[in-house]
Design a binder for this molecule. Structure first.
Ligand code: KIV
Length: 272
């Protein structure tokens, strides 16, 4: 069977749907700047998420709440310049879509017009349906996000696993199917039991992407700086570190400092 991803040109929401139908896993990671996004593109990533986790890893905020629409657009513009093939999805930041569908549409249109991204993502189920509906009617593809929703941290009070209790699990299943029904092209499930994620993935026709949701989903997403080991303080069970870049970068920086002090940099061949 030929691979949908390998034979596809530009990755679109339709390609992702065909990947799910063909039982091909979808690879997605975050990026916030041109240079990193270029590396994701060269590696063959299918989806690049300009996540509002930029608030944490780029700006050093404790939560994702402070990042603004203008800041998200700046990150999205940098990523879009680097990417030709991958689908670029941009998070709608906190306070730009909840409770006011007109504002939600305005925010999504600004992201699409000013950055050239392919789709937007937002957190929530039933409570944000009106906003999603309005964005969709403008022809903007929407990715949902359920389970642990970092923008609601002040409501939940903790970043622990969500939907362990039956009532919350049932609500999550209903929300996922509702998002599919109103036209979302995909849903991210964050930090929920693997068995529940498997059930949702089986019940939903659209691609379900997991982060801390086990492997019975249609694809995986991680925060780039976490999986590369650039960040060190964040260590949830679901995070696999593929590198220890923080140690490598620090060691290169220390070597540079010592070369400058010892006047071994620059040498004769490194000057004019
Ligand atoms: O902002 C982000 O990085 C995200 C992922 C964790 C899915 O929403």
């Amino acid at each position: 069977m030929s691979s949908v991803s390998q034979t596809a040109g530009k990755i679109t929401t339709h390609v992702l749907q065909r990947m799910k139908n063909n039982h091909e896993k979808i690879a997605m990671l975050t990026a916030y700047d041109y240079s990193m996004a270029r590396l994701l593109e060269m590696a063959g990533m299918e989806v690049v998420l300009v996540g509002d986790s930029a608030a944490n890893v780029m700006a050093g905020h404790k939560t994702t709440l402070p990042i603004t629409l203008d800041q998200m657009i700046y990150h999205a513009q940098s990523v879009v310049r680097a990417v030709e093939r991958a689908l670029v999805v941009v998070d709608l930041p906190f306070g730009t879509y909840q409770g006011n569908s007109k504002e939600a549409l305005h925010s999504a249109v600004r992201i699409m017009k000013e950055s050239g991204a392919d789709a937007v993502k937002l957190e929530g189920g039933k409570e944000v349906v009106e906003s999603i509906d309005r964005i969709l009617t403008a022809g903007i593809p929407v990715m949902g996000h359920l389970g642990l929703m970092p923008q609601s941290i002040n409501k939940f009070g903790t970043y622990t696993v969500r939907a362990i209790e039956e009532e919350e699990a049932n609500r999550l299943m209903e929300d996922a199917l509702l998002l599919e029904q109103i036209g979302c092209f995909s849903v991210v499930l964050e930090k929920i039991p693997a068995a529940l994620a498997a059930k949702v993935t089986k019940a939903a026709k659209i691609p379900i992407i997991g982060i801390g949701a086990g492997h019975h989903v249609d694809g995986q997403v991680l925060v780039l700086h976490d999986m590369l080991g650039i960040t060190q303080q964040f260590s949830p069970r679901f995070l696999r570190r593929y590198h220890n870049l923080s140690a490598e970068i620090t060691s290169a920086l220390e070597k540079y400092i010592s070369d400058v002090k010892a006047v071994t940099f620059p040498n004769d061949s490194e000057q004019y």
